[in-house]
Design a protein around this ligand. Structure first.
Ligand SMILES: Cc1cc2nc3c(=O)[nH]c(=O)nc-3n(C[C@H](O)[C@H](O)[C@H](O)COP(=O)(O)OP(=O)(O)OC[C@H]3O[C@@H](n4cnc5c(N)ncnc54)[C@H](O)[C@@H]3O)c2cc1C
Ligand SMILES: *[C@@H]1O[C@H](CO)[C@@H](O)[C@H](O)[C@H]1NC(C)=O
Ligand SMILES: *[C@@H]1O[C@H](CO)[C@@H](O)[C@H](O)[C@H]1NC(C)=O
Length: 606
């Protein structure tokens, strides 16, 4: 039996034991009904339930975490369990397509389905994005969202445990642990030391400057995952009687009165497929994430008029819901062979019981590395590639992030990584066959500020149908050009002096469909980028916060335009994707929203 088979069995056994068969009862009117217990929803549930006289209902389609979801290295494997909604993109084949090496030309788009949401299956990397990101949000007309306004909300959440950090930008009083990864591989230092060769510094990327190289800062406690649920719900769930959490409850519609345009409650299916209605006296707060928040709004009559009419949905408010979709696309197969046993390989991990012992008893060892990602660099590829002396000290706009992965598809003997991306067996045979079992690491270039936009739309008026997801990766040539520079920059780092003592070799892979191009040319990488368009799951923007005249769905207080008592509070409100991973910014959005809600109600009740 191989690794993934064993894991499947373990997971299934654990789930059967852990599923709680509680009989849920609930009152049918609350002050606030929160849809979705993900990153945004969990923060809100915590902060709003601080007000003792408010009754809060948190409705979640998924279930509770188990000890396996806590294991950082296993993060990718959670995507092949039912902790993932299991969405896939629409295919776009041909020369200008994307996800071309995936089964049916469709990429997997993972979304967490759990108390804790996507933070239960994500890679736990803690990044906030750059000052420029938020100042731009504000410049779009979103008063109160500039960097200086939002920084306090990052600090409010944070419980900092990092050895090295810039104290002016961190705090240790919040709920969310931010810590170092206990395990340090022999690849981490060469990666960090290579910074010097490119005129970059090793820095705290959540402080003064974003550009630089760094070990990852992660949401870990004792080497285990800290999800939204662990951070924001566990400390309060037993204590606060005014907060009720419903699991296995899937919202199918937000009830909005057509005459008054007021959101009055939600309709949901329980685990036995029975329909229920709960009412919200004050507000309905939509936190279902970028894909599902857009879907639920449209199902409830808020969205593009033509689209809704075609599906026979009564239009309540005509808004550009589902557009402005952005994600961080990457090229996850840039592989470097090494001549030493320094990488993480399934075969070695499992045959050595010390690793398992270290993790469970001490909270250390390779199992604590989040998805195998150990270090990262935010770079500006133009100066990185064109000047070999030093980085421009004034600009601070990364166009590419490089992530060091201390394993690669060559070590993926069971195929679990490959299935995750939905890479075809053909692809795997052709590219990796000669090198299966070789030690290798990867450097993953990620496109930080895409100019192409995707879209979420409804497949039908049936709420149980998955939405239509168009990624539109590389629709704009500029995005492809940037990714090619990112791949070249990744190669420079992998082949730098710092790695020389491992005799690094760029895996001379000829990808299916790209063999007509000369290896390691721009044309070749451009083809590869369209084939291996791997996602980081950083979907944002479908309920854009902006003035209505500028494609906005919500205003700067996150209220849906034209609908009363309804706000959206999750990654979907980002007007533009930030240069970084999107979980911490979503916590920040939750913190800020909670304060705005408290402000708004204090004002109107006085
Ligand atoms: C594989 C992967 C790795 C990632 N790695 C990182 C990382 O390392 N660092 C980082 O910062 N970010 C990472 N991210 C992104 C980050 O986790 C998300 O951006 C963030 O968690 C989004 O928060 P959210 O509140 O918008 O949505 P979610 O956390 O997805 O929450 C939405 C919740 O709503 C629930 N829901 C949806 N529809 C319904 C319904 N109809 N009824 C009831 N409940 C519903 C869902 O089940 C879910 O629990 C990663 C994402 C993925 C997919
Ligand atoms: C270094 O790698 C090359 C292949 O790129 C190989 O031919 C050579 O034998 C390796 N040297 C050592 C010392 O491992
Ligand atoms: C790997 O290759 C480098 C460079 O050729 C060499 O110095 C080193 O000794 C090799 N390491 C091993 C374990 O073979």
């Amino acid at each position: 039996m191989n690794f993934s088979a064993i894991l499947y069995i373990v997971i299934i056994i654990c789930m059967t034991i852990f599923i709680r068969c509680s009989t849920e009862s609930y009152i049918s009117t609350y002050d606030f009904v929160i849809i979705g217990a993900g990153s945004g929803g969990s923060v809100l549930a915590n902060r709003l339930s601080e007000v003792a006289e408010w009754k809060i209902l948190l409705i979640e389609a998924g279930k509770e975490e188990i000890f396996l979801t806590d294991v950082p290295l296993l993060a990718p494997i959670m995507q092949i369990t039912d902790y993932n909604w299991g969405y896939r993109t629409e295919p776009k084949k041909g020369q200008h397509g994307y996800c071309l090496s995936m089964v049916d030309g469709r990429c997997n788009w993972p979304r967490g389905k759990a108390v804790g949401g996507t933070s239960v299956i994500n890679f736990m990397i803690y990044t906030r994005g750059g000052k420029a990101d938020y100042d731009k949000w504000e410049a779009y007309g979103n008063t109160g969202w500039g960097y200086d306004d939002i920084l306090p909300y990052f600090l409010k959440s944070e419980n900092n445990r990092l050895k090295y950090h810039d104290k002016r930008y961190h705090s240790s009083n919040g709920y969310l642990d931010v810590s170092d990864v206990p395990y340090v591989s022999r690849l981490r230092n060469p990666f960090l030391q290579s910074a010097k060769e490119f005129g970059y510094k090793i820095n705290d990327y959540n402080a003064e400057r974003l550009l630089g190289f760094s070990a990852i800062q992660a949401n870990l406690r004792n080497g285990r995952r800290v999800s939204a649920s662990k951070a924001f719900l566990d400390p309060i769930r037993q204590i606060r009687k005014n907060l009720r959490i419903l699991t296995f409850a899937r919202v199918v519609k937000i009830l909005i009165e057509p005459e008054t345009h007021r959101a009055i409650g939600v309709k949901f299916l329980d685990r036995n497929q029975k329909m229920h209605i709960v009412k919200a006296k004050r507000e309905v707060l939509l936190c279902a994430g970028t894909l599902n928040s857009a879907q639920l709004l449209m199902l409830s009559g808020v969205g593009p008029r033509q689209h809704l009419k075609q599906l026979g949905i009564q239009v309540i408010e005509d808004l550009p819901v589902g557009y402005n979709l952005q994600d961080h696309v990457s090229m996850g197969a840039l592989t470097f062979l090494v001549n030493d046993t320094v990488t993480i390989m399934e075969s070695r991990l499992l045959t050595n019981p010390v690793n398992v012992f270290d993790y469970f008893i001490k909270g250390t060892g390779p199992f604590t590395v989040p998805g195998g990602a150990e270090a990262l660099a935010f770079i500006d590829t133009k100066t990185f590639l064109e000047r070999d002396n030093h980085q421009d000290e004034t600009a601070d706009y990364p166009d590419i992030e490089l992530v060091l992965g201390i394993g690669a598809l060559t070590g993926d003997l069971s195929g679990s990584m490959r299935h995750l991306f939905a890479l075809t067996d053909d692809f795997d045979r052709q590219v990796f066959a000669d090198h299966k079992g070789s030690d290798a690491f990867s450097i993953v270039p990620i496109l930080m500020k895409p100019k192409s936009y995707g879209r979420v739309s409804l497949r039908s008026a049936n709420p149980l149908d998955p939405p239509i997801l168009e990624a539109n990766y590389y629709e704009q040539q500029e995005d492809l050009d940037t990714m090619i520079r990112g791949i070249k920059a990744g190669i420079k780092v992998g082949m730098s002096q710092a790695f020389k003592h491992f005799n690094t070799t760029l895996l001379p892979m000829t990808f299916n469909g790209c063999d007509r191009f000369v290896f390691n040319t721009d044309e070749y990488w451009s083809c590869v980028a369209r084939h291996i368009s791997t996602t980081l799951g950083h979907f944002t923007g479908t309920c854009k916060m902006a003035p209505r005249t500028n494609g906005g769905v919500v205003d700067p207080r996150l209220r849906v335009y034209g609908v009363k008592s309804l706000r959206v509070i999750d990654a979907s409100i980002m007007p533009e994707i930030i240069a970084g991973h999107t979980c911490a910014p979503t916590y920040m959005i939750g913190e800020k929203a909670a304060d705005m809600i408290k402000e708004d109600w204090a004002v109107s009740t006085i």
